[in-house]
Write a protein that binds this ligand. Structure first.
Ligand SMILES: Cc1ncc(C[n+]2csc(CCOP(=O)(O)OP(=O)(O)O)c2C)c(N)n1
Length: 704
């Protein structure tokens, strides 16, 4: 958690004295502070270059050239609910938002504590708002910052309009990126969502002409993203010199106030010189000498000096500010050098939520506790199918929790392509159950921003295969708590239909659960019946971790999955398997769509087969599985996903490691052949495990 002293902006150069200046000079900016932070930023860059050369730190991404626009922008981000999603070259902006120099260096030097406790790359930051603007956790992926910023903006509007939280009025989201990032899918997803929904987002493109060595005309025609977006209705565009203090004063003020006043999103295309290589290691051999010379002529630091002296303060004051900044960086580095390295024993902490809530994100961070969900199931409820169970649970939780929002492609008016959200929009309104643009990156990325702003997002992806464009956001969401050392978390419930129904094909029938288990920080549910689905979904929606909720398409209306509705209070804990049949000869572990064929195979077998439905794949119930295997001495894992590196491989490995001496046969697996799901029923039948092939494998293992 941050101490209150960390929240104060460093006012080391005395009170403001801009009164009486020419308006273009004063222009509402805290010029002394800007000058100070420019010098701090330059001193940090210089120090890092030394440290890189000595091999004391691994990375440096110089902000020289980008620094002025960032410290001036930060000066205008004063609303306590402003949210800033930036990138690895954004340190001056972070300093301007109040990040202490010592904390910055601590992160760079990979010391214990600080932004990430030595876990992330050291040049990306995060900063919980605590009464000031929030810096959303940055990530390494170029373009990944835009959708979370748009989600933050959407949540700002939601909190004000739906929850009547007036304190969110006037707050904005800022997304900053380089000219390379405008080619990324996240950028386009962000521009489309912000423009179509008229959201308060300020896009700041810091165009230094290169993405590492690739010139900006490879990223957008002529390198002119502002011109190319001119036809976008609903998006205001301002262009200018990102190294000229006077021009910046006008453009930044205009852009920020236009978004704050509710005039929709605005994009600033600011040309900046890149005064160093992309990173310390990059010696820029690809740039012509004249290009380099021209860049250094555009250096914003001397231009700021000429802009401010002698009109705002004397040259002596300017020089004094520079010395003060250099001394502050030197002192901070001396302190940071003495700090200990992170404790290796703690490297596994904060993958999932624990007793200490995160400072920012999810409902718990604001002091609310997720509801208890341990009530027992009602057995006299109406018998419903799995789709109804999900719909009823969403409906009940939407009634209970006004922070919950349900969205995705066709989720609103149509009620979902699988019909699962049918009627929810009519019941809860278009602000709470809504459609999105056709971008999975945007669906999950926006959910991250919403969760960080305190909402409980429950996005839907139409089919498992179509989660692939969202994988970058899914991975960043999962690692967030860990890499920010429990400062931030973005709990959400990501509903994804999986599996083959009547037919298969490579796009609509994948299960691919193992990918989510390997995405650190996600819980994974794979219910096989309506009661389990209701209980797991409720626990997920009241929890504090991101959850992938896998809904098997063939089970949505299957007779085998129908159960009495367990009631509006019923919750099921993750990591507790259900033993569906008992037996002494073999343990059959399965979940989701394979439960029914496994039960059929067990019933038809002459051997005593204990069928265990895992219900959740992360965590999975090791105790129940191992206790059963130690008794039956045989284990077969059956899943619909393909075999290689699947969850069956993980389970079989654990059984082999933990229960080797108890086994009378090798731990075995059955799954889809290592091919995509085929379309023709004859081919699908041959590729998937069936009651017959499962029965044959039971027989083989029993006789082993
Ligand atoms: C998705 C992704 N692809 C590739 C990279 C490797 N990479 C890091 S920075 C960078 C160039 C980005 O250039 P730009 O957006 O113009 O920002 P600048 O570094 O110039 O400020 C690349 C390709 C990455 N981080 N993320």
């Amino acid at each position: 958690m941050m101490s209150s002293s960390e929240l104060r902006v460093p006012e080391t150069v005395g009170p403001e004295s801009d009164a009486g200046l020419r308006p273009d000079r004063a222009a509402g900016f805290k010029w002394r502070r800007i000058a100070y932070l420019m010098h701090v930023s330059r001193a940090l860059d210089a120090l890092e270059e030394e440290l890189c050369a000595q091999g004391e730190i691994a990375y440096q991404f110089s902000a020289r050239g980008h620094d002025l626009l960032q410290v001036m922008l930060g000066d205008l981000l004063t609303h306590p609910h402003d949210g800033v999603a930036a990138y690895y070259r954004s340190r001056p902006l972070l300093l301007s938002l109040g990040a202490p120099i010592k904390e910055v260096l601590r992160s760079v030097a990979a010391k214990g504590g600080g932004y990430s406790n030595g876990r992330d790359i050291g040049v990306v930051f995060n900063r919980p708002g605590n009464g000031g603007p929030t810096a959303l956790p940055m990530a390494g992926g170029v373009g990944s910052q835009y959708s979370p910023a748009v989600g933050w903006a959407q949540a700002l509007r939601y909190r004000r309009v739906v929850r009547n939280e007036e304190r969110y009025a006037g707050a904005i989201a800022v997304a900053a990126g380089g000219d390379g990032s405008v080619a990324a899918s996240g950028f386009w997803a962000g521009i489309v969502a912000a423009s179509t929904l008229e959201l308060p987002v300020l896009f700041v493109i810091e165009d230094n002409g290169y993405g590492i060595s690739v010139p900006s005309h490879f990223q957008t025609p002529n390198g002119e993203i502002g011109d190319n977006l001119a036809a976008f209705s609903g998006l205001r565009i301002l262009k200018g010199d990102g190294a000229d203090p006077a021009a910046l004063a006008d453009i930044l003020r205009e852009g920020v106030s236009s978004v704050r006043e509710g005039r929709g999103p605005c994009l600033l295309h600011l040309k900046t010189p890149r005064l160093q290589g992309h990173s310390y290691q990059d010696k820029q051999a690809y740039r012509a000498p004249e290009d380099l010379a021209q860049a250094s002529r555009r250096d914003p630091l001397p231009r700021l000096r000429d802009h401010l002296t002698p009109g705002v303060f004397s040259r002596d004051v300017w020089d004094g500010v520079e010395e003060e900044a250099k001394a502050a960086v030197r002192d901070a580095w001396r302190e940071v050098q003495a700090l200990p390295a992170p404790d290796p024993g703690g490297v596994g902490a904060h993958v999932f939520s624990g007793p200490d809530p995160q400072a920012c994100g999810g409902q718990r961070a604001e002091g609310t506790t997720p509801g208890q969900t341990e009530a027992s199931a009602l057995s006299d409820g109406p018998r419903i199918n799995l789709a109804d169970a999900i719909r009823r649970t969403l409906d009940a939780e939407l009634r209970l929790n006004t922070r919950l929002v349900v969205f995705g492609q066709d989720v609103g008016v149509k009620g979902g392509v699988h019909g699962v959200t049918r009627g929810l929009r009519e019941a809860h309104g278009a602000e709470r159950v809504f459609d999105t643009s056709l971008s999975e990156e945007s669906i999950v990325g926006r959910a991250i921003g919403m969760a960080l702003c305190g909402l409980v997002p429950a996005p839907e992806i139409q089919f498992r295969k179509y989660a692939e464009p969202a994988m970058e956001q899914i991975a960043d969401c999962g690692s967030m708590r860990w890499r920010t050392n429990n400062r931030f978390a973005a709990p959400m419930v990501l509903r994804i239909p999986v599996g083959a129904a009547r037919t298969g094909d490579p796009w609509h029938s994948q299960t691919k659960e193992a990918e989510f288990v390997r995405m650190h920080g996600w819980l994974v549910a794979a219910p096989s019946n309506a009661a389990d689905a209701a209980g797991l979904l409720r626990t997920a929606l009241r929890g504090d971790d991101p959850v992938v909720f896998l809904e098997h398409r063939a089970l949505l209306d299957a007779a085998s999955a129908r159960r009495p509705y367990p009631g509006d209070d019923y919750g099921l804990a993750f990591g507790r398997a259900a033993t569906l049949s008992s037996g002494d000869d073999l343990t059959l572990v399965t979940w989701g769509g394979m439960v029914a064929p496994c039960l059929r195979a067990a019933a038809a077998s002459s051997h005593g087969v204990e069928v265990i439905d895992l219900r959740t794949l992360w965590p999975w119930d090791r105790e129940t599985v191992l206790a059963s295997v130690r008794r039956t001495r045989r284990c077969l894992v059956v899943h619909e996903d393909s075999l290689a590196a699947g969850i069956g491989a993980e389970l079989a490995a654990v059984v082999a490691e933990e229960a080797f001496l108890d086994l009378d046969a090798p731990a075995a697996r059955l799954g889809m052949a290592d091919i995509p799901p085929p379309h023709a029923p004859a081919l699908l039948g041959a590729a998937l495990p069936s009651a017959e092939t499962i029965g044959a494998e039971i027989e083989r293992l029993a006789r082993f």
